[in-house]
Design a protein around this ligand. Structure first.
Ligand code: ADP
Ligand code: MG
Length: 346
């Protein structure tokens, strides 16, 4: 009898990455940090070079029935620039790999690259290479981002310490709420192709899903305000999952407060319309590409008045105790849903 094979679902995405990580220990002296953060860190003399890569796959990360292909190009760049920002760095170059089939016209690929170009211009990033190949299973776009950070300003997932303040930028849950709207309109359209999608009312959250922006300006604000966060990660999988990454990598625990988690009014109303709990969209929805970071208590005043920064909780010393205090005052354990739960994650 043959032994039962190990299913990927038994490990989950994070378990699988952990398994790969255990097999590779960087050996070169300039490999400062390998697998396990938003970007790899390479010593380049006066500064650290940052390298991040992310792949978007048709049917998993995007659905071309409602995704304008130029937005997809923009998003593929934005999510990588976001990973560089999560190290407190600036992205300067990208390479782009695409796998395409003859289902796509030259015009479609032009449109994809228009979006890529718009993102390059917006983030002041140069496209410096890539690879083009064919695919029989839809479109794939893989972007690698290269950035830089001063050695004394690099921020890892692992630096959070007891009593640090937990902060997030912008608002959360919007991208997931936007996805619900798009999926519903797709079903309406499939049932009756004469129906025009009613999206105007949902502009903000649909935009959050289709054309997210990386929080590059926050990196400049930190510098200007004289703050180096103690830890940082970008929110691609959802607040809960990212908080658990900070907890794991920093060997600390986190406590956040539901009433402090920033949720836009439209996100809130749309979640309710879809019979979802708005806080669940923020905790587990993902794809908001906001920054989650911790700061020392002494730095609190420097960021207090920043309109895009919200303080949502604090760090304590018990790594197993990662909780949210609900609006009713109950204790809710934070759980990472990740890959196994939702259709789309990274
Ligand atoms: P993010 O959500 O910030 O893009 P991921 O969860 O995708 O981060 O990846 C976490 C870490 O694991 C990163 O350091 C990434 O480079 C690494 N990683 C992910 N997949 C692989 C893989 N197949 N091989 C090697 N490293 C990987
Ligand atoms: Mg990331």
């Amino acid at each position: 009898m043959s032994e039962k094979r190990l299913e990927i679902s038994e490990l989950g995405e994070f378990g699988l990455i952990r398994r790969i990580r255990e097999k590779f220990t960087p050996g070169n002296a300039n490999s400062v940090l390998g697998i396990g953060d938003d970007a790899a860190v390479i010593d380049s003399g006066d500064y650290y070079l940052l390298v991040a890569t992310d792949m978007l796959v048709e049917g998993i990360h995007f659905d071309l029935t409602y995704t304008p292909i130029q937005h997809l190009g923009y998003k593929a760049v934005a999510v990588n620039v976001s990973d560089i920002a999560a190290m407190n760095g600036r992205c300067e170059q990208i390479t782009v790999n695409i796998a395409i089939s003859n289902r796509f016209s030259v015009e479609a690929i032009d449109a994809l690259y228009e979006g890529i170009k718009a993102a390059c211009e917006n983030y002041k990033v140069d496209l410096v290479g890539g690879d083009t190949t064919s695919s029989i299973s839809g479109l794939m776009i893989s972007v690698t981002a290269v950035g830089r950070v001063a050695k004394d300003r690099v921020v890892y997932r692992s630096g959070a310490r007891e009593n640090d303040i937990i902060c997030v930028t912008g608002d959360l849950g919007g991208a997931f709420a936007g996805l619900q709207v798009l999926e519903r309109e797709k079903q309406v359209f499939l049932a009756n192709p004469d129906m025009q999608p009613a999206l105007e009312k949902y502009d903000y959250i649909v935009g959050r899903q289709l054309k997210p922006d990386a929080r590059t300006e926050i990196v400049f604000d930190f510098e200007e305000l004289g703050v180096v966060p103690t830890s940082m990660i970008d929110i691609s999988d959802g607040l809960a999952s990212e908080l658990l990454h900070l907890s794991n990598e920093s060997n600390v625990g986190v406590r956040i407060y539901e009433d402090k988690v920033p949720i836009d009014q439209l996100t809130f109303e749309t979640a309710v319309e879809f019979k979802l709990d708005p806080i669940t969209c923020a905790l587990n929805g993902g794809e908001d590409y906001e920054l989650l970071f911790t700061i020392r208590k002494e730095d609190q005043d420097k960021l207090k008045r920043h309109p895009e920064i919200h303080m949502i909780g604090y760090v304590h010393s018990r790594p197993q105790e990662n909780i949210m205090i609900s609006k009713q005052g109950t204790v809710v354990p934070l759980k990472a849903q990740g890959w196994n739960h939702l259709r789309r994650t990274d």
